[in-house]
Design a protein around this ligand. Structure first.
Ligand SMILES: Cc1ncc(COP(=O)(O)O)c(C=O)c1O
Length: 262
């Protein structure tokens, strides 16, 4: 199919939710992908942080194909060996206690938000449900993760949004400290703000946030949906600050192109 034919079919059958460049991609190998005219492109965006092993990595294809020949899905009503082996590897690589598995970054962040609110409810009861996130952050496109996202442009149309999110300027520990009162149960942030413009947070700031959370008895949730799975040189970006979050979320690169979140 030509680009024009693909575009025409696209316009007929898909909702216009994304602004797309006028290129139709058809295949890829390693770092390079190809369009309908055979032009080659190096994909520096990695499918927005998704293709962690590049296009059509042989080991990835073998692993996925072998699993497809075994079974494509079991429900969570039963135990299964693949899920357990994956979770065991994941918690060891991330240095965390246990994993919850899902399908996307937004779902992983929804889970982190629920986890923080439940933890706080169990300890203190109602009234401590506020989560502070950073201005310019991005945490997903569900109604609740849009509410958690610190960009006004995402707080339109879909009212009512989920209550109890507050936004602090990134990198400013004094401002963050001021936003935390006794209604707050957690702080959630990206180590490098991705959609907000590729803005890395300073190690000193991240360490100060950890200390502040400890001092106030609140949880630190780190969104590593875009930075995780070794995209910044360590399995988790937060490792470079020498601190441990209470909850960390992953997706994108975790499946190398298949929808997995944790
Ligand atoms: C930091 C961050 N969190 C969450 C998300 C949402 O992930 P998903 O698109 O897999 O729902 C994204 C997606 O760009 C992201 O960059």
């Amino acid at each position: 199919m030509s680009f024009e034919e693909i575009k025409e079919l696209h316009d007929q059958s898909l909702m216009p939710t994304y602004g797309r460049f006028p290129v139709a991609l058809t295949s890829g190998k390693g770092a390079v992908c190809y369009d309908t005219d055979g032009n080659a492109y190096i994909d520096f965006g990695s499918g927005i942080g998704v293709n962690s092993l590049g296009f059509c990595n042989e080991g990835w294809i073998d692993a996925v194909t072998a699993q497809l020949h075994k079974a494509q899905h079991f429900s969570n009503l039963y135990y299964n060996d693949t899920q357990i082996a994956f979770a065991d590897k994941l918690v060891k690589a991330a240095g965390m206690a246990r994993a919850f598995l899902c399908n996307s970054g937004a779902e992983a962040n929804e889970c982190a938000i629920k986890l923080a609110r439940k933890y706080s409810f169990d300890l203190y009861g109602k009234g401590r449900s506020t989560i502070v996130t950073l201005q310019n952050s991005f945490h997903g496109r569900t109604v609740t993760t849009l509410s958690a996202t610190g960009q006004e442009v995402f707080h339109n149309y879909f009212f009512p949004f989920t209550d109890d999110f507050r936004f602090a300027p990134a990198g400013d520990i004094a401002a963050l400290t001021e936003t935390i009162d006794d209604t707050v149960c957690a702080v959630m942030l990206e180590c490098v703000q991705g959609e907000g413009g590729v803005l890395p947070l300073e190690v000193d700031y991240l360490q100060a946030v950890r200390a502040l959370c400890d001092e106030r008895g609140i949880l630190l949730l780190i969104d590593e949906v875009q930075t995780g799975v070794a995209r910044t040189g360590t399995f988790l970006c937060i490792e470079q600050a020498g601190i441990k979050p209470d909850v960390v979320t992953l997706a994108k690169g975790l499946g190398g192109g298949l929808p997995i979140g944790a």
